[in-house]
Design a protein around this ligand. Sequence first.
Ligand code: ZN
Ligand code: ZN
Length: 380
Amino acid sequence: MKSENNRMRIGEGRISGAISIFLGVSSLASILCFKFPEQFTTPEFREVYTAAMAENLILGGIISTFLFALLSILLAKNKKYAVVGVVLGALSVLLGGMTVEGRAVEKTNWSLGLDWLILDLLVMVLIFVPIELVFPKNKLQSKFHPEWKTDLIYFGISHLAIQLFGVLTKKPAVAFFGWMNLDGVQQWVNDLPFVIELFIALVVTDLFQYAAHRIFHSHYFLWRFHSIHHSTENMDWLAGSRTHFIDIFFTRSMSYLPLYILGFSTLTFNVYIVFIAIHAVFIHANTRLNFGLLKYVITTPQYHHWHHCKEPEHYGNNFAVVFPFIDKLFGTYYLPGNEWPEGTGLVDASFPKGFMKQFTYPFIKNPFKNDLLPEEKSGR
Ligand SMILES: [Zn+2]
Ligand SMILES: [Zn+2]
């Protein structure tokens, strides 16, 4: 599957076919959001977009589904992608996608974040597919590598369950710190200029994230869960999503803790979420794009790919998600010039394939032949 001819190239009609299918599926999912907004859209997110914006987006989506299918028909020898695209587009039209209209939404306790999933996926595809196509790190790696569907399921579920994660990750903060009187600190944070408040939020959350990340690498039972994230051999923009529920819950609870208790504004919180969502995807991407000297200030794909390095001698480096200086501070920094790791993934590990099996496996079994922690294997 890693063969060179599997990678899509511009001009052979497979990219346009894949885009057509992707837009067709997105249009159908968007229609579902319009028909059942109580069940499939999130109240917080509904405040960000308007019904008119979403209506235009679906209309544009359906028209583009047909246009890309047409392009694929013209370019490709194999027309199957285009046919699927046309069928999805036609279904969207039949289900009333061209004339959907927003309506008042009733209050519900629970809903799935399908709107968040569609829009985030759309934005990520728009940003990262062209980057990986034009500036790839591994030229031989195809987007459709053997485990891309598993990674997509991880991406989908973590987005659909956004409300659940929001509620769950807030619980520890309220339980442990709710009783404290932090009015003074909260007032101080509140009075800060926005840019400084945001910068402090990023540094503090990264420190907490760093601690959580190291805990996952240094406790044998927890490492079983986090090692799922390290199991990816094909690093790309979707690969970062492969994270076990326990890992997401614990790491997010820890990283968000300062945001929940120190009085950061809603604006800071939201900008932080958007920045982290894009940046976390970026550092896993299959791209050689670097930021020149800026790579010493903010983490890049090269930096995080070293964290995923397959060679045990480099295990246990680069835990920080945003700021390399945090690793410098704690002696876990590794960025050798312009060198990249030869491979990513884990040696001696046998993980089952697929989301459900990977979900239950760490609870009951050890994916490794021995119970050495990654840092113990590094020999440092
Ligand atoms: Zn890690
Ligand atoms: Zn990672």
